[in-house]
Write a protein that binds this ligand. Structure first.
Ligand code: 13P
Length: 242
């Protein structure tokens, strides 16, 4: 499998942020490396413009969430079909910020993941424990339950992202042993051909060590994906084949 380095821009970026993608392309001398997948999930407002301007350079684009239905009376929501139509290849579902801010349940995340697959997108299904759950020794059980509840029914290609909630945007990361333990646990619960990404405070300084861990097949990067220099450093640290 190729590794997947995915940037989640969250609610950041105006149209001028295309300069960061241009800078990234320049760093790669005109095109994304072809031995690893590079994905950027910008705000939905930028998706179509980015996908039409930069897909030829080998970068892929994705959404940050989708509705479980293909269309209908759901003001403000975006369907997987719409993301695909705008040029997306992937969509993040069940990010902890959506689980927390919008009370999304495992069942809703599963429905979104299935909707994504039906629309021809690869869902990136996010799971991860809170600090309290880790301190209580429940991290493995919590993630197992999230996987049981949130993975798509459809047996096609999807991606899992393990993002411990307490590591997101905090500068904290689990120990390498804890990452290895969790990724082996996730691998046991899924298939050999499913990419399992690590996310939570990945930056150029820690990317190489984290991306070298067995069963870590890439990274889901928040803050450090907003700046071309940092994202380039992380992409460069990824092994091509995982
Ligand atoms: P940070 O890399 O900013 O910690 O965010 C991780 C994340 O939530 C990616 O989805």
């Amino acid at each position: 499998m190729k590794s997947l380095i995915a940037g989640n821009w969250k609610m950041n970026g105006l149209s001028a942020a295309s300069a960061e993608i241009k800078a990234l392309i320049t760093k790669f001398a005109g095109s994304a490396p072809d031995d690893r997948d590079v994905l950027i999930c910008p705000p939905a407002t930028l998706l179509m413009a980015f996908a039409s301007s930069f897909s030829d350079e080998g970068f892929e684009f994705g959404g940050q969430d989708c509705h479980a239905n293909a269309s209908g009376a759901h003001t403000g929501d975006i369907s997987a079909e719409m993301l695909a139509d705008a040029g997306a290849a992937y969509v993040i579902v069940g990010h902890s910020e959506r689980r927390a801010d919008h009370a999304e349940t495992d069942a809703q995340v599963k429905a979104k993941a299935d909707a994504a697959l039906n629309a021809g997108l690869s869902p990136i299904v996010c799971v991860g424990e809170t600090r309290e759950e880790r301190e209580a020794g429940k991290a493995l059980d919590v993630v197992a339950a999230q996987l049981d509840g949130s993975l798509p029914q459809t047996p096609s290609a999807f991606v899992i992202a393990y993002e411990p909630v307490w590591a997101i945007g905090t500068g904290l990361t689990p120990t390498i042993d804890d990452i290895a333990e969790m990724h082996a646990h996730i691998r046991n619960k899924t298939r050999a051909d499913i990419r399992v990404l690590y996310g939570g405070s990945v930056k150029p300084a820690n990317a190489q060590e984290i991306l070298a861990v067995k069963d870590v097949n890439g990274a889901l990067v928040g803050g450090a994906s907003l700046k071309a220099d940092d994202f380039y450093g992380i992409i460069s640290a990824a092994p091509g084949d995982v």
